[in-house]
Ligand binder design. Structure first.
Ligand SMILES: Nc1ncnc2c1ncn2[C@@H]1O[C@H](COP(=O)(O)OP(=O)(O)OP(=O)(O)O)[C@@H](O)[C@H]1O
Ligand SMILES: [Mg+2]
Length: 207
């Protein structure tokens, strides 16, 4: 079996930046790496990308409101395809799989949008548990500064409120899922990368 690492955190925490650096670090060490993300590029993922979030209210796809439950099921369907078509076969082939977001995102975000956490955990029970989940934690104000300028498909003040709740949820999930390790994401890109590498070596290679 290979190694499965997930990078999590609120919007703009630096997940994609750090996932790429970690993938390069493993590649330099000679590992075969699969760098992937959620939502995926499958049909379900593309549908999710058309979803416009509106704070605590129902999301909208192509002008039509969809319920929070349908939204959660859509993310779960995309994840099921991700697990069965890519993650599981890659791990079975002995590769290192690094995923930019995974089911912890569904728990943190959909819970913040009012769904029942236990239902969300049950819904995602099919998802292979990663060996290590890196939670990039930082204040919402800072993450907003980083993605300022990037178009966010949401009303601005509503998203700040939602992100604050999501950050709290992630921290609470870290107390429940022992594979989640919190990394302070308020540092430089390089310092954060070094912290992640130290965690990987400590947690996975027991150095
Ligand atoms: N440690 C850092 N300090 C300052 N800026 C950073 C840092 N890490 C990443 N950035 C910048 O912040 C922005 C967001 O980073 P990135 O895209 O990696 O975040 P993300 O968590 O993947 O965001 P999203 O959730 O929207 O996909 C980018 O412009 C990136 O260059
Ligand atoms: Mg990203």
């Amino acid at each position: 079996m290979g190694t499965f690492i997930v990078i999590e955190g609120i919007d703009g925490a630096g997940k994609s930046t750090q996932a790429k650096l970690l993938a390069e670090w493993f590649e330099k060490k000679g590992y075969e790496v699969v760098l992937t993300k959620e939502p995926t590029d499958t049909a379900f993922g593309k549908l999710i990308r058309r979803l416009v979030l509106t704070g605590g209210k129902e999301g909208i796809i192509d002008g039509a409101r969809i319920s929070h439950e349908a939204e959660a099921l859509l993310f779960a369907a995309d994840r099921a395809e991700h697990v069965h078509k890519l993650i599981k076969p890659s791990l079975e082939a002995g590769k290192v799989v690094i995923s930019d977001r995974y089911f912890y995102s569904s728990l943190a975000y959909q819970w913040a949008r009012g769904l029942d956490l236990e239902w969300l955990i049950d819904l995602n029970r099919f998802a292979i548990r990663p060996d290590l989940v890196i939670l990039l934690d930082l204040p919402v104000k800072e993450s907003m500064k980083r993605i300022n300028g990037r178009s966010i498909k949401t009303e601005f003040d509503k998203i700040v409120e939602l992100q604050k709740k999501v950050r709290e949820n992630y921290l609470e999930l870290a107390g429940r899922f022992p594979e989640i390790k919190i990394v302070n994401a308020m540092a430089s890109v390089e310092d954060i990368h070094n912290d992640i590498v130290a965690l990987v070596e400590h947690e996975l290679f027991k150095k």
